[in-house]
Design a binder for this molecule. Structure first.
Ligand code: NAD
Length: 379
């Protein structure tokens, strides 16, 4: 536990609860990072490699994400070290949830992350006999299934459109890495907004058409064959990974982390890069992009549609009425577009990378809340 003590700083974490159960061999952790602006909220991950350090870092990201979108929740994250494909998944999950019954839902509410599905969220609520213990539950339980609705990708596309208008690239050519929950919904909305999507990829390959891909056709194919849709047009195939470097005006990494570093970022030809994925660029790459005049919209601004919908789901937890999804889309669009403008302006005004500007904005909001609650000495 000494490493956890060393990772504690002026922001948090405020609380770290490590639990285990001999019978199911469950091991898990809840990290509540900073609750100055509201109770802890962040997804719950199940992976064989989960560590206390990893969950702590993700909880801190949530602190900044909530503050950056100006929603009143605190940063938190939970992790269970187990195989999500285990036949004992439900037993492991239920024992984790029982072990944290003192914290949930008063201090933390579960959400979805890697390894946890909408049905698992329903199991959590069942275990605690409380509809408010987890969000991300299925539509049939009154929940908001955000991935199914494609809200995060919709938000990424709205951000692309706002930033593109600011830098004179509205309606231009876009290359998207990843065609999953985020990537396909980004492509769908951008197509609708009149952009030409010239390249996409999945784990099974990448395709490029300088004249613009048939996005409605590819979306239909995805519904039938999933990731292998890219094999349907072998004549358009390019090497996987190079979709980020094709001749396009706008680039949207929406799959993996760490795909753009100092070693390859100079190959990006677009003038606007919108981070749909979490952590696709490192700090060195961000600096190089800025120096090269490429506008970057950071991940926690661009993909915040997920947290906005989680906030709606939080409010809807105890309601008898089905959530009105149109209102979520409208709110995601308005919030993300406004944030994009303020981060781009702030970065220019202070000569910072957009990541630095967005982090400063989030930190100033958390700091203000901490001061008001008497948690820190004033500046
Ligand atoms: P997903 O599993 O639904 O889709 C991932 C996509 O990336 C798939 O199309 C997959 O084939 C593709 N892919 C995998 N490896 C690839 C490779 N080497 N080259 C090209 N494509 C590859 O995941 P998702 O939910 O769309 O998440 C994508 C990113 O967005 C992640 O970084 C995630 O953390 C982030 N994110 C997701 C949400 C959300 O609401 N789903 C919210 C915020 C951030």
């Amino acid at each position: 536990m000494s490493t956890i003590f060393e990772s504690m700083d002026e922001w948090g974490p405020e609380k770290v609860v490590v639990v285990s159960d001999a019978r199911t061999r469950m091991k898990g952790v809840l990290v509540i990072d900073n609750t100055a602006r509201g109770i802890g909220k962040g997804g719950t991950r199940m992976q064989p490699t989960v560590s206390v350090g990893e969950i702590s870092r993700l909880a801190r990201v949530m602190t900044w994400k909530w503050a950056a979108v100006d929603l009143f929740f605190g940063g938190a994250k939970a992790g269970i070290r187990a195989d999500p494909h285990s036949p004992y998944k439900e037993e492991i999950l239920r024992s984790f949830v029982r072990a944290l019954r003192n914290e949930v839902p008063q201090e933390y509410v579960y959400g979805l992350d890697m390894g946890l599905t909408e049905n698992d969220a329903a199991i959590i609520n069942d275990e605690l006999g409380d509809r408010g213990a987890a969000v991300g539950t299925p539509f049939d339980l009154g929940g908001i299934p955000y991935d199914q609705l494609g809200i995060t990708g919709f938000g990424v596309a709205e951000v692309v459109d706002e930033a593109a208008a600011a830098v004179g690239l509205a309606g231009k050519r876009v290359a998207i890495q990843g065609f999953g929950a985020v990537g396909h919904a980004t492509a769908e909305r951008l197509h609708h907004l009149g952009y030409s999507v010239v390249a996409i990829s999945t784990a099974q390959g990448a395709i490029h058409d300088p004249a613009g891909l048939d996005i409605p056709g590819l979306l239909r194919l995805r519904a039938e064959v999933g990731d292998s849709l890219v094999s349907s047009v072998p004549e358009l195939a390019i090497e996987t990974g190079t979709e980020l470097f094709v001749d396009a005006d706008i680039v949207v990494p929406a799959a993996l982390q760490d795909v753009l570093t100092e070693a390859n970022v100079s190959r990006v030809r677009g003038r606007l890069l919108v981070e749909g994925a979490n952590l696709p660029t490192n700090a060195g790459a961000q600096k190089m992009l800025r120096e090269a005049g490429v506008t970057v919209v950071p991940d926690f601004i661009a993909n915040a549609g997920g947290v906005v919908s989680a906030a709606f789901a939080m409010d809807a937890r105890y309601s008898a009425f089905r959530p009105q999804t149109e209102q979520i889309f409208t709110s995601v669009s308005a919030k993300l577009r406004a944030n994009t403008v303020s981060v781009l302006e702030e970065a220019n005004r202070r000569d910072l990378t957009t990541h630095e500007a967005a982090t400063r904005l989030a930190q100033s909001r958390v700091r203000a809340a901490m001061e008001l609650r008497g948690k820190v000495l004033p500046f």
